[in-house]
Ligand binder design. Structure first.
Ligand code: GLN
Length: 245
């Protein structure tokens, strides 16, 4: 029990750049975390942080979405100002989920297809180069930690991993980080980057539970899950998988 609510521990979820970086329903990740954290017995509080806004004093979890190259251009300079703070939180084990455009900016750099370079904050050991072909469609991964993960990708950036990040999973269907490596996403400490929209979390509660669990352990020293994965989600996952690319 916490003093904050009398009955539940608060969980502060930062939604990073929702104004500029939120396509293909990436906001669904925030909603899914909010709902699932509440189902696990927490009192989630979402703080939206757009360029120029302060980060809250307490942060349990950070979630960011995708956007066009232009949106990435709008947030890159602001992100650079917060780089040290976010890197320190990542090093301290704060769970984070960054999708597509912000996945790219959490790496070292994103060089667009026109040759402009956007500096990233290097939380993930990846770099991305814009290509001439888009990778679009439903995607299925096999991951060591979360089992089968499903989602939707749409990007022209080709991402390559350095030794400081492990892939999120092996690509079973779709492209992933790039058309040749056969892997998708990146993970360093409790920070996950991925190209999967969809939104990712409503279809893949195992990742929500990982993020909430790590946030809870960091804040309270323990996590006792209170809900399982329901039949509705299981059925939605099956139908999403069957849809052609
Ligand atoms: N602009 C980036 C790309 O196409 C990111 C796209 C996205 O976030 N969906 O690679």
């Amino acid at each position: 029990m916490s003093a904050e609510t009398g009955t539940q521990h608060e969980l502060v979820i930062v939604s990073l750049y929702p104004r500029d970086m939120n396509i293909y329903g990436d906001r669904g990740n925030v909603l899914a975390l909010e709902r699932r954290a509440a189902a696990h017995g927490f009192a989630p509080r979402v703080v939206e942080v757009n360029p120029g806004d302060p980060l809250p004093d307490t942060i349990d979890l950070i979630v960011g979405g995708g956007g066009q190259d232009s949106g990435q251009g709008r947030v890159a300079a602001d992100l650079a100002l917060r780089a040290d703070e976010i890197r320190a939180l990542a090093a301290d084990g704060t769970p984070m989920l960054m999708i597509c455009g912000l996945y790219q900016l959490f790496g070292h750099r994103f060089v667009t297809h026109t040759g402009d370079e956007l500096a990233g904050i290097g939380v993930l050991d990846v770099e991305t180069r814009g290509g001439s072909e888009r990778m679009i469609g439903n995607i299925v991964l096999d991951t060591p930690e979360f089992g089968e993960i499903i989602g939707y990708e749409n990007h022209s950036g080709n991402t390559t991993l350095g030794s400081g990040s492990a892939p999120l999973g092996r690509v079973v269907q779709g492209a992933g980080n790039n058309p040749t490596d056969g892997v998708e996403g990146a993970r360093t400490a409790n920070v996950i980057g991925s190209y999967l929209h969809g939104s990712l979390l409503p279809k893949n509660p195992a990742i929500s539970d990982f993020l909430i669990g790590e946030a809870a352990r960091r804040r309270t020293g323990a996590f006792e899950p209170r809900v399982e994965v329901g039949e509705t989600v299981r059925r939605a996952r099956e139908s999403a998988k069957r849809r052609p690319r």
